[in-house]
Design a protein around this ligand. Structure first.
Ligand SMILES: C[S@@+](CC[C@H](N)C(=O)[O-])C[C@H]1O[C@@H](n2cnc3c(N)ncnc32)[C@H](O)[C@@H]1O
Length: 247
């Protein structure tokens, strides 16, 4: 289907349409980029990436040393506020990238960690992948980086492993966590105090491990009781590794 549309797009503009690549750039350490992601990144004339309110981009900073001087950079800003819909911004971002693609330029979209794991690339994927040939290059997710940095295996044998966003209500977190043999809780930030109370309730504080900015130069691993709830960054997570003891 996308192949056919690509040809149609090409006919409309008189040239072959460009290809869209969503590439995972890993959790922070530039050496955790895959060889394929690096190859795709360096070959693309256009590189797009999400930026924060201050105009900074974590995904761009991860690959900064790999960018080529003549690449066109497209920063994408989305409001992450409950009172403001992000949809018009995703629409606008998709149209900006569609112009490059229709003009025959390949576009790489950078995604921290993995693009299909809670990544904003998905909003571009749903808007563009039927119009343009699209490829996703998986990345090293924060979940995997976390276990490696802690030096703690997450799951064994038939463990039930859960990924939970810290944005869930305390009731839901508690109900879900009670079912898991091992778990990771993402999106901590302002949700830390709530998550901490749930872990305390379930008697999990001794098993829970806290890490912020995993694999980045300013990575910190702290005993969970020593974490200042007011200072928890967005790029932080808690894991509850399996209790199973290998023989
Ligand atoms: C929107 S999700 C994106 C996940 C990402 N696509 C991935 O594959 O890891 C953002 C959440 O992932 C977690 N996260 C991402 N990178 C991290 C890192 N380097 N260290 C700790 N947590 C991280 C944090 O919990 C953060 O709030």
């Amino acid at each position: 289907m996308s192949q056919i549309i690509e040809q149609v797009s090409g006919q409309a503009t008189g040239q072959a349409a460009g290809k869209l690549y969503g590439i995972g750039v890993g959790p922070g350490d530039p050496e955790l980029l895959t060889v394929k992601a690096l190859r795709r990144l360096q070959a693309a004339p256009v590189v797009a990436y999400p930026v924060s309110d201050g105009g900074k981009s974590l995904s761009r900073s991860i690959v900064a040393g790999y960018l080529r001087p003549k690449q066109i950079e497209v920063p994408l800003w989305y409001p992450f506020k409950l009172e403001q819909s992000s949809q018009p911004y995703y629409d606008q971002a998709a149209e900006t990238l569609a112009e490059h693609l229709a003009a025959g330029r390949d576009v790489v979209v950078l995604c921290e960690g993995d693009p299909f794991f809670y990544g904003t690339f998905m909003y571009l994927f749903t808007r563009l992948s039927e119009r343009f040939h699209t490829e996703v290059v998986p990345g090293v997710s924060s979940v995997m980086a976390n276990a490696a940095m802690l030096g703690t295996p997450l799951t064994y044998r038939n463990d039930l492993f859960m990924v939970l966003p810290g944005t869930l209500s305390a009731e839901l977190l508690q109900a879900k966590l009670a079912l898991a043999d091992a778990a990771v809780i993402l999106k901590l930030g302002r949700n830390f105090a709530k998550v901490y109370a749930v872990l305390e309730q379930l008697n999990l504080l001794d098993r829970a491990k806290y890490i912020e900015r995993a694999t980045m130069p300013n990575q910190r691993i702290l005993p969970i009781r020593e974490v200042d709830p007011a200072a928890v960054p967005y790029f932080a997570l808690i894991s509850i590794p399996s209790q199973w003891q290998p023989e």
